[in-house]
Ligand binder design. Structure first.
Ligand code: IPM
Ligand code: MG
Length: 354
């Protein structure tokens, strides 16, 4: 298992260090794991003047899987856009062809009270958001800021999806639904956007190949409401890049904390990049208070999807469950009166439980 490790910025290095401890524990248990580190994001800019240095992309292409922390920091906010840390993340997703982004929102029984919603609304919640990751308004051309004839400036982006892009991610969605509750809700804005009308048409066509899966369609504004009104109605949510970005942050709060949400970004051959859904949280970086569980759970997803080791994936997830059962909490998931532990202690507890 050759894994490229890209800690990135902010809390990235701290949380990745805990996930690396888990990988090292598995290695001393006999798994053939090889880890090689490289820079991305602001760290890439500092080291090589590029948020995705060539060496990092090359290493990632040559590895079976990539483990990534987070990118971004205040000190980079004034850089011109091509230099920004976020560009490194977008470029590695595109460069590796990682079009299928799986963001599972699961509520652990131990964290039911950490959710901002009532326990009965979220207890037992288990949603898989499948976000298309290499198309849409994120990558559409043309884009930019231009000056109109009357001298006024205008910002513009292009939303677009080609048929093949929609088809391939729809297939992934139906395949995932087949292995779960067999319900797929495609989220779009087909009442307004041509891109979405086309998306809906293609998804409906692909659905014919999956008669066992119940397909529904929902407008994104309604989906945003339904997620906080009755989230358990969803099984798999299939959506485009920008809607998936927004809805997955929203769904994370159902689980108690965005610090609990792992993700997998897969190409057509299940090669993948694994990262927590949260960002680099520069305000708490270096303080040893970040929650490393989303990153550790991303390693579990890596074992499941890239290495087809469901047994190890479950072992990691069980270890996380155990630490929660022991009452161990980082600040973001602690209830009033509970003892809080730091990032490194949480990582250590998971390794011990493993
Ligand atoms: C995410 C993040 C990224 C995105 C940013 C950091 C570019 O919000 O992974 O959801 O918009 O995709
Ligand atoms: Mg996001």
């Amino acid at each position: 298992m050759k894994i490229a490790v890209l800690p990135g910025d902010g809390i990235g290095p701290e949380i990745v260090a805990q996930a690396a401890k888990v990988l090292e524990a598995l290695r001393s248990d006999g798994l053939k794991i090889e880890m090689e580190y490289a820079h991305i994001g602001g760290a890439g800019y500092d080291a090589a003047g590029d948020s995705l240095p060539d060496a990092t992309l090359k290493l990632s292409q040559q590895s079976d899987a990539v483990l990534l922390g987070a990118v971004g920091g205040y000190q980079y906010d004034t850089l011109p856009r091509p230099m920004r840390p976020e560009q490194g993340l977008l470029r590695i997703r595109k460069g590796l062809g990682l079009f299928a982004n799986l963001r599972p929102a699961m509520v652990y029984p131990e964290l039911v009270n950490a959710s901002s919603l009532k326990p009965e609304l979220v207890s037992g919640l288990d949603i898989m958001i499948l976000r298309e990751l290499t198309g849409d308004i994120y990558f559409g051309q043309p884009r930019g800021i231009r000056t109109l004839d009357n001298g006024e400036q205008q910002g513009f982006d292009t939303m677009l999806y080609s048929e093949s892009e929609i088809r391939r991610v729809a297939h992934v969605g139906f395949q995932i639904a087949l292995k779960r509750g067999k319900k797929l809700c495609s989220v779009d804005k087909a009442n307004v956007l041509d891109t979405s009308m086309f998306w809906r048409e293609i998804v409906t066509e692909v659905a014919k190949e999956y008669p066992a899966v119940e397909l529904s369609h929902m407008y994104v504004d309604n989906a945003a409401m339904q997620l906080v009104r009755a989230p358990k109605q969803f099984d798999v949510i299939l959506t485009g890049n920008i809607f998936g970005d927004i809805l997955s942050d929203e769904a994370s709060m159902l689980t108690g904390s965005i610090g609990m949400l792992p993700s997998a970004s897969l190409d057509a051959n299940n090669k993948g990049l694994y990262e927590p859904c949260h960002g680099s949280a520069p305000d708490i970086a270096g303080k040893d208070i970040a929650n490393p569980l989303a990153t550790i759970l991303s390693v579990a997803m890596m074992m499941r999807y890239t290495f087809a080791r469901e047994d190890i994936a479950q072992r990691i997830e069980t270890a996380v469950r155990k630490t929660l059962q022991q009452g161990l909490r980082t600040a973001d998931i602690a209830e009033a009166g509970m003892q809080k532990i730091g990032c490194a202690a949480m990582g250590g507890a998971v390794v011990a439980a493993l």
